[in-house]
Structure formats: C-alpha cells, structure tokens
Design a protein around this ligand. Structure first.
Ligand code: HEM
Length: 452
C-alpha cells in the first residue's frame, strides 16, 4: 500500500510531544477549572434565579422527567434566552439551525482570548481529550469536517451497514443465550443493551472483543465529559477513563500499523501521503467512533424496552407483526431521545425565527423537545409505534453533522428488540430502572427485567 515514502510515514508517525508528567496535576486543575468549576458556578447561580435550562442542567430529579419543562420553554416561544444562550424547542427552528451553513460547531482553543484562553491552552492534552474536543469531527466545521467525515463514511454506507446484520443477529442471540439461564431478574443494560453495541463497534474498528469490559468501564466514566459543570470527583473519574482509552488506542494503532486488517482503523492508520492523519486526528476520530458507537445505542435499546413495557399492547402487536419494529425504533428515538441536546454558534449574522442574531450567538437546540413538537407530531406525548411520521424526528441531528452511525444504530436496535421479543415474549420490567446521571445523553444505567 503506497509509495516507499508513505511506508516511512506509516512506521514513523509524528508523535505528539508528551507533556511533562510533573505538570499533569496542574493541567488537570486548569481543565477542570475552566470546563467544569466555572460553568458549574455560573449554572448554579442561574438556576437559583429560576432559569429553567440551568435548573435542568443542575437538577437530576428534573432530568428524570424533563418533558414538562420542555413544554414550559415551548410556551415561551421558538427561540428563548437562557443560561445556555438562546434555546429552541421548535422542530422547524432546530432543523434550520442544524442545516444552516451560517452556524458552526467550531470552538477553536487557539482563538479563545484572554486568561481563559491561556488556561484552556495550558490544560489542553491529547490523552485527556474527550469525544467533543477538537479535532473530533463532531466539533469541527467544514472544510476540515468534510475531510474527516469522508474518511469514515465509507464504512457506514447502507450496503456496509447491511453486511453487519448477520453478525448483529448472532451476537444478540449469543448474549441472550447467556441471560437465559439466569434465576430471577437480570439487568438488561449490563447483560444485553450495553454489550451488543460495544461488540459491533469493536468488530468495525478491529478492536479485540475481549477488551469490551474495559471499554464499557472507561466509556461509562468518559461519557460524562459531554456535559459541562461536572463535580470534581466525576471529572477525575472521567479523565481516568479517557486516559485509559487513549493509552489503549495508541497501542492499537501501533499494532495495526505493523499488522493491518481490513477494518476501518487499519485504513485510517495507513492513509498515504497528504491524506495521512496526524496522531491527534487519529485519536480524535477513532475515539469518537468508539464512544459514539456504544454510548448512545445502549440508551436507545433501554429507552425502547421501558417504553414498550409501559405500552404492553404495542409490544404484543409488534410480536404479532415484526415488520413494525423498524418504525417502533423511530418512535422510541422520537419519544425518548438518547441524545437530548446539542448546540451551534452563529458564524455570521443570521435571521432565525424572525430574530436577527449577531455572529457568535450560541443556540442550544433541545432535540428531545423538538421531537415532541405538536406542530409536527400530533399528540406528541403519546407513544405510538405506528406513528406515520415518526421518522421525521431529529434524534440523529441534521445537516452536515447528521449522525454517521444512524443506519447502524437503527439496525442494531431493530435486531435487538426483535430478537428480545421473540426469545422472551413475557419480558417485563421488574424493579425500578435507574437513569444515567447525564445531561446530554439520556438512558438507563440499570434496567432490571424478569425474562418470564
Ligand atoms: C441511537 C444511537 C445514536 C444516536 C441517538 C446518535 C446521535 C447522534 C447525534 C445527535 C449526532 C450529532 C450531534 C450534533 O449535531 O451536534 C451524532 C453524530 C455522530 N454520531 Fe451518532 N448517534 C447514535 C449512534 C451512533 C453510532 C452507532 C455511531 C458509530 C458507529 C455514531 C457515530 C457518530 C459520529 C461519528 C458522529 C459525528 C458526525 C459528524 O460530526 O459529522 N453514532 N450522533
């Protein structure tokens, strides 16, 4: 593969300068101060003053059931001021903002002015960077975004995704075989919903599946870094998870450089010449795929099982007519969205919902609320797996950052739910499910079920 110069590039990747270990605690403190301690203080003050979005960010009880608060925000208008900038619950506005090239996700460390910028740059460290830090494609605007996205999207075409179906089916069957012998209630998240996505993404990325328990542990801690304003102990746990993942990835890349397979990561580490990714780009890209690959689909499967348990007639109807599962997955994505919010910043002056927004305006889009917009989804709080336009939800975002793995996630969830209903038709939630304490992601950490 490639010219001799290319081979040289592959065997001698440019290493990031490793920051002095002596400075590590100071860097951690800098990151924590700017990304979490300051936002936490700001949000706490705004919550005390009654800001509904700040209350949502601060109050775990409110996050258990955010939908009444979303309706309160909706009543205030399609674009309302909040502690997180302007916020929208409107399907039309959210879609416009996500699709508009006048908005970007970009937040470039190099350009943040003043003392905060200096602290951020000092705290910047590859091994502690999360899935939503540059140069992760999630937070990069075109043209760089286009380049990263093109490199991975080939692995997610409808054809490539469909080729995974037999593997997903086999994996789901094997996981349920293991559960079948259990006496009494089992935790469906730990035993099934979390395992299936991690096994699938491990296959796609050429990662040994025997490391999956490690990924799940690291990922569960690291997922919190999508949220700002974490308490110190949670941040430190998240950082440990991130460091462990980056350490693993470094060894994985070295292994694939020596002995490439035909997986996506082997292709990424072996890109020739001008296409080659820097070490930081490689880490950011693969870390995002790994994290996004298993920290979201687990939530979709868990949320769907709980919704169907509460709407038993629909579970029974789907068992009788399994062709309905694809739409049931769309309705679960709409009704209780695994990713509740994201945000954009105006790159230029732009008009939204009749308002002129100056460059730099931040807009938080509440995907979970847009998916319950009564103007698009009649009787939106009703869970209905036969809803004709369920697929118009924005649970996978829209525009250039539309989820790369949407097709794979849909397939995994559809197979998972179908197999589960065939194998355990009398499955019931048995005990109180426990939600994950996260703001951006919404799903269950523990889901006790009896298999019947
Ligand atoms: C139910 C499961 C999933 C949900 C709800 C979900 C949701 C999302 C959302 C909302 C975004 C865009 C965020 C934004 O616009 O700011 C996104 C982006 C992304 N997702 Fe997913 N995702 C899921 C599964 C997956 C899977 C299985 C993979 C990969 C294997 C994946 C890979 C990605 C990547 C790489 C991006 C970044 C795309 C870009 O910036 O161009 N996701 N996802």
């Amino acid at each position: 593969m490639g010219s001799p110069t290319t081979d040289l590039d592959q065997t001698a990747p440019v290493r990031e300068p490793s920051p002095s270990p002596l400075l590590r605690p100071a860097r951690t403190a800098a990151r924590y101060a700017v990304r979490h301690a300051l936002p936490a203080r700001y949000l706490a003050r705004a919550a005390r003053q009654g800001d509904p979005v700040a209350r949502l960010m601060r109050d775990p009880d409110l996050r258990q059931q955010p939908y009444a608060l979303y309706e309160q925000l909706r009543a205030a208008g399609p674009l309302t001021p909040s502690a997180l900038g302007l916020v929208s619950t409107s399907h039309a506005v959210v879609q416009d903002v996500l699709r508009s090239d006048r908005f970007g996700v970009g937040f470039d460390l190099a350009r943040v002015p003043g003392r905060i910028g200096r602290v951020l740059r000092f705290g910047d460290e590859l091994d502690a960077s999360g899935v939503a830090e540059r140069p992760s494609m999630l937070v990069v605007d075109p043209p760089d975004h286009t380049r990263y996205r093109r490199l991975v999207s080939r692995a997610f075409t409808p054809r490539a995704t469909a080729a995974f179906e037999p593997m997903i089916q086999r994996t789901a069957d094997a996981l349920l075989d293991d559960l079948a012998g259990a006496q009494g209630p089992v935790d469906l998240v730990d035993g099934f919903a979390a395992q299936l996505p991690v096994l699938v993404i491990a296959e796609l990325l050429g990662v040994p599946t025997d490391r999956r328990a490690d990924f799940l542990r690291w990922g569960a801690a690291a997922a919190a870094t999508l949220d700002a304003g974490l308490p110190l102990r949670r941040y430190l746990a998240a950082e440990r998870g991130l460091r462990a993942m980056h350490g693993f990835l470094r060894q994985h890349f070295d292994r694939l450089r020596r002995d490439p397979g035909d997986d996506l990561v082997s292709r990424l580490v072996g890109l020739p010449g001008e296409e080659a990714l820097t070490e930081r780009e490689l880490h950011a890209t693969v870390m995002l795929l790994l994290g996004a690959g298993f920290e979201t689909t687990v939530n979709l499967i868990g949320n769907a099982v709980v919704a169907l348990d509460a709407h038993r007639d629909q579970w029974d109807a789907l068992r009788a007519e399994p062709s309905g599962w694809a739409n049931a997955v769309e309705e679960a994505l709409r009704w209780d969205s695994p990713v509740q919010l994201t945000g954009r910043t105006a790159r230029a002056g732009v008009e939204v919902a009749g308002r002129r927004l100056p460059p730099g305006t931040r807009v938080t889009v509440l995907l979970g609320a847009a998916n319950r917009d009564p103007g698009v989804f009649p009787d939106p709080a009703r869970f209905d797996v036969t809803r004709a336009n369920a697929r118009e939800h924005l649970a996978f975002s829209a525009g250039v950052h539309y989820c790369v793995g949407a097709g794979l996630a849909r397939l995994e969830a559809e197979v998972a739910l179908r197999v589960l209903s065939e194998r355990f038709p009398r499955l019931r939630v048995a005990g109180r499910p426990v939600r994950r304490d996260l703001r951006t992601l919404r799903g269950f950490e523990v889901l006790p079920v009896s298999l019947g």
